[in-house]
Design a protein around this ligand. Structure first.
Ligand code: SF4
Ligand code: SF4
Length: 127
């Protein structure tokens, strides 16, 4: 099974309720680019979390390495029972979703009727 390898970016972009960790701040337990220092006892929400990029790695056509969240600076999540996608970006690179291969990825899925929302901190923008 594929794993996150050296990507640890959701440990920054996503909030973790159990730890009262807000979005866009590195978790105090993250060894950036290496992994979780409390892996065995990490909170439940961390245990179950898989971004969309990671989920696609078991598919016939997985998302490419260039779009892995630590490289693209975009973490993809789902909304509307998996019908639509949310693109989480950091305030330091709020336009990361509009760069490189990501724009093409979005256009392809928009043609199939998928709606996208960009989430930067508390600001949600439909694109
Ligand atoms: S953003 Fe995705 S690939 Fe990166 S560490 Fe989190 S779950 Fe793994
Ligand atoms: S507890 Fe571990 S897995 Fe959860 S956000 Fe912190 S570093 Fe990441």
């Amino acid at each position: 099974m594929y794993n996150c390898d050296s990507c640890t970016i959701c440990c920054k972009f996503m909030g973790v309720e159990e730890l009262e960790k807000p979005r866009n701040l590195w978790c105090q337990h993250c060894k950036i680019g290496e992994g979780c220092t409390i892996y065995e006892t990490r909170p439940e929400s961390c245990r179950v979390y898989e971004c969309v990029w990671l989920k696609t790695q078991v598919l016939e056509n997985p998302m490419p390495l260039a779009l892995r969240p630590d490289k693209s600076r975009v973490v993809i999540g789902t909304a509307n029972k998996g019908e639509d996608l949310i693109l989480y970006v950091g305030p330091d690179r709020p336009d990361a979703w509009n760069k490189g291969g990501f724009r093409e990825f979005i256009t392809n899925f928009q043609k199939k009727g998928v709606n996208f929302t960009v989430c930067c901190g508390e600001i949600m923008t439909k694109i």
